[in-house]
Design a protein around this ligand. Structure first.
Ligand code: SAM
Length: 477
């Protein structure tokens, strides 16, 4: 067993048992810094290893927890298959967290969320395309200053939105260098995003692309506040050689082993959210443009934020608290805006046929807890005096709300709707409403959910959703 596997086993156990890793270390081997040292490359004796494993084994047996369950926090299809330690649900029984602890199952949403739902949604609905169009409209309102147009994507996902926005940026600012930074904790998403980037370097040679797994409070500045985490920072620079998209793609794909080695995450035992194992920064630019790009290539030790545009598309779980959304996500992003900079935030709104499907199955469901007015108010309060030179723009509904659709052909919505259309529609509805797997498992044993989906598709002749957007902007100097 290598250190990595041991750390994974410890973090799985801690998450299931609801223990902090430091508490685990103290209890198992009287060493609260055990996991931190392991992460930093520290070694342990085989005797200590035996004590750790014996501790986990014994505690699991006593608590009735499954032995050595493997959780993949990123739900990545390409990694070890997810073996969530499922407990059988009897109808009507309360939904418990996987370990059967008292944790709020909503806090574990990311844990239940899965890649297949995201990928199916992204490819069957026009959302990411429509979002990119909405974000690109903001390019008309920003005022970049030399040496670069600076953009931050607060959660790149599969990169569909970011690559489209970069195309619009090239259209509007063909000769200005770009500094484009993105945050993403999921290895699989980082791979998907990078796969789309080769042609961006070809068309817009003056591009510095930075990807990091840091959290919202640190990522815009590429500097982690925790000294412990900072000491394990991995910084990797790739200067692309050659001049064709094909050559760039080959080199970007060559990052595969670096990524799987370093872009690792676990699950926080406290919140159930994914947390990185070590902070990573990946910097990519064209070697033949290094001279021009030198002033904007970041280096370890942090960089300025000063963004002209911040993209916050679906940056949080809908059911997270207002405090979490404003304090941990929106406020740090607003602070990262430069003079004249604009952050556009987008989240799901409901009041659409997608939600009709959901309420046919769960009549009381309302996942869209906080609208833009509540979010802006809470973010303004959180920022206090730091928000003095910011404008908080809620806009009227006709500017803020926009619609996107599931791609269907008119002939597909007929008396008998094909199963793949029905499944895609159901997937989109429950994905947008962020229904946890534990609840889905219960309803898909019967056919009611498909009947509900078919009724809504037939009633509206298709399926669509509404997103809500708002803008926080910093006044120009
Ligand atoms: C994958 S990301 C978003 C990444 C990227 N900014 C994007 O828009 O694709 C973070 C969270 O957003 C959620 N998410 C993405 N699109 C959504 C949508 N249209 N409605 C609700 N949740 C969504 C996912 O479940 C995930 O937990």
């Amino acid at each position: 067993m290598n250190a990595q596997e041991l750390l994974q086993e410890i973090s799985d156990y801690c998450r299931q048992a609801g223990l902090a890793e430091s508490t685990f270390g103290r209890r198992a081997v009287n060493d609260g810094k055990l996991t931190a040292r392991l992460r930093n490359g520290g070694r342990i004796t085989t005797e200590t290893l035996d004590r750790i494993r014996a501790f986990i084994h014994a505690r699991r047996a006593t608590a009735g927890l499954p032995q050595a369950a493997i959780i993949d926090p990123m739900n990545s299809a390409s990694r070890t298959p997810t073996i969530a330690p499922k407990r059988p649900h009897t109808s009507g029984a309360p939904v418990t967290s996987p370990a059967g602890t008292d944790e709020d199952p909503q806090r574990n949403f990311r844990f239940f969320d899965n890649r297949q739902k995201y990928l199916l949604f992204v490819n069957t609905c026009s959302e990411k395309w429509v979002v990119a169009n909405r974000v690109s409209l903001e390019l008309a309102n920003i005022h970049p200053r030399p040496p670069a147009v600076r953009v931050f994507d607060a959660g790149v996902g599969d990169g569909s939105v970011l690559t489209r926005v970069m195309r619009s940026m090239h259209d509007r600012f063909p000769h200005q260098p770009f500094y484009v930074a993105g945050k993403e904790i999921s290895l699989e998403d980082v791979r998907l995003c990078l796969q789309k980037m080769a042609d961006r370097f070809f068309e817009h040679a003056g591009t510095v692309l930075v990807l990091t797994n840091m959290n919202y409070a640190d990522a815009p500045w590429l500097a982690v506040k925790s000294v412990n985490a900072a000491s394990s920072l991995v910084w990797h620079e790739l200067a692309l050689t050659g001049t064709t998209s094909h050559q760039f793609e080959e080199q970007i794909m060559g990052l595969e082993s670096f990524l799987s080695e370093n872009w690792k995450a676990g699950v926080s035992p406290k919140t159930g959210n994914p947390v990185y194992e070590r902070p990573v920064v990946l910097v990519i630019y064209r070697a033949d443009h290094k001279f021009l790009l030198e002033p904007i290539i970041p280096h370890p030790g942090g960089t300025q934020a000063n963004y002209d545009l911040v993209i916050a598309s679906q940056p949080f779980r809908l059911r997270s608290s207002l405090e979490f959304k404003s304090k941990r996500v929106l406020a740090p992003l607003a602070r990262a805006l430069g003079p004249g900079g604009r952050m556009i935030a987008i989240h799901s709104h409901g009041h659409d046929p997608g939600m009709e499907i959901v309420t046919k199955v769960w009549p009381e469901e309302n996942p869209f807890g906080h609208d833009r007015h509540a979010l802006l108010k809470a973010t303004k309060a959180e920022l206090g005096p730091l928000g003095r030179d910011l404008n908080f723009n809620a806009y009227a509904d006709n500017r803020s709300l926009f619609r996107y659709d599931m791609h269907t052909l008119p002939t597909e919505i007929s008396a008998s709707i094909g199963t793949s259309t029905l499944f895609a529609a159901w997937n989109a509805a429950v994905y947008v409403a962020q229904i946890e797997d534990a609840r889905l498992e219960k309803v898909i044993t019967e056919t009611k959910y498909l009947e509900a989906t078919a009724e809504v598709l037939q009633k509206h002749g298709g399926l669509w959703f509404y997103d809500e957007s708002f803008v926080i902007s910093r006044r120009r100097e």
